[in-house]
Design a protein around this ligand. Structure first.
Ligand SMILES: Cc1cc2nc3c(=O)[nH]c(=O)nc-3n(C[C@H](O)[C@H](O)[C@H](O)COP(=O)(O)OP(=O)(O)OC[C@H]3O[C@@H](n4cnc5c(N)ncnc54)[C@H](O)[C@@H]3O)c2cc1C
Length: 296
């Protein structure tokens, strides 16, 4: 990767690039500054058949302590174009911080995104994950997105071409999202601010936000209680392994008490799955992505 000296970091610690603050080294980590650079990188990756992973802010990822034997490309430092019109049309680059997009939309009396006000990460990660909270999902407002494939070709994907489900999207594999369009409605300022405050307070009261984490570890099972409830009722709240703990504030959060290893987190994940299955016959599915693990 000597071709890209300014934006390419060799043996880069992934702790710096994940909200968990956990992870070994990526062989190479790249922060392209613009589309032209990104295209050159993708074409190089394709030609050399390099193992590549696309990341935003790493707020939904557990990186392995073994690191990642390949290239990670993150758009979090660029692709910040953000345009919001008075009638609720939004154009946002993949590197835009979601919280910023939401607060700018709220300032313009645009409603619908209030529940996402506290979701960390980039717009790219949010759309890919179909981020949501308190009954709303970012896909509710999605119009179209611009992707690049590994040849550096642009692909526009319209709403009708993609399906979204709970914390998942069907966007094509090995394509990197670079910008997206949304359409929201204009609403009443007082209602929007009230909603935003209600959701933010609920987060502060229910989530262990003073610790590093990746948010909810498991998806809430369909037709059952929330994952956090099941974990709590299985008696696992507060369980500690090494420097990681199943939060005693919100049982679906595993927190890094400081210096936790990826194995500490995996141990707790396995424990939760085993105990919840035993007690409730429910198979909890991971919401977070595991990256760099041998069989993950
Ligand atoms: C305290 C806390 C609270 C949270 N609360 C919520 C919540 O309420 N609701 C919720 O949905 N999530 C929540 N999360 C999880 C996380 O914030 C979201 O999933 C977020 O949208 C991920 O964005 P990111 O940029 O960090 O993506 P990353 O974690 O970097 O990546 C997530 C996925 O998106 C893919 N991806 C990222 N960028 C691109 C791109 N440009 N092109 C293609 N693929 C890409 C990655 O490959 C990966 O599979 C929370 C996390 C924390 C730490």
């Amino acid at each position: 990767m000597k071709k890209f000296p300014e934006i390419s970091f060799q043996n880069e610690s992934l702790r710096k690039h994940s909200s968990f603050g956990i992870g070994g080294e990526a062989k190479v980590f790249m922060l392209p500054k613009n589309e032209k650079e990104l295209i050159q990188i993708l074409q190089y990756v394709n030609k050399e058949n390099i193992n590549v992973f696309f990341s935003g802010s790493g707020s939904n990822i557990l990186y392995s302590d073994d690191g990642f034997d390949g290239l990670i490309i993150s758009l979090k430092n660029a692709f910040k174009n953000l345009q919001i019109s008075d009638d609720g049309q939004i154009l946002a680059g993949a590197g835009v911080i979601l919280v910023k997009m939401v607060s700018k939309a709220i300032k313009k009396n645009i409603e619908g995104l209030e529940s996402l006000a506290g979701v960390p990460g980039t717009l790219g990660g949010a759309l890919f994950m179909n981020a949501g909270a308190y009954g709303a999902e970012i896909s509710n407002y999605f119009i179209s997105a611009k992707f690049l494939d590994l040849d550096g070709n642009t692909k526009i994907i319209q709403n009708r071409d993609v399906s979204f489900s709970y914390r998942a999207s069907s966007f094509p594999k090995k394509h990197i999202l670079i910008e997206a369009n949304f359409k929201c409605n204009v609403g009443k300022k007082e209602n929007i601010i009230d909603n935003r405050n209600k959701f933010s307070n609920s987060r502060k009261n229910s989530q262990p936000l003073q610790y590093r984490s990746a948010g909810s570890i498991f998806k809430n099972p369909i037709d059952n209680y929330a994952a956090g409830y099941l974990i709590e009722k299985a008696g696992l709240k507060g369980m500690v392994k090494g420097n990681a703990m199943i939060s005693d504030k919100h049982a679906n959060f595993i927190i890094n008490l400081g210096g936790a290893s990826s194995n500490d987190i995996i141990y707790l994940i396995d424990k939760v799955r085993e105990k919840v299955f035993k007690k409730f016959n429910v198979n909890l599915e991971l919401e977070i992505k595991l990256v760099g693990f041998k069989n993950g």
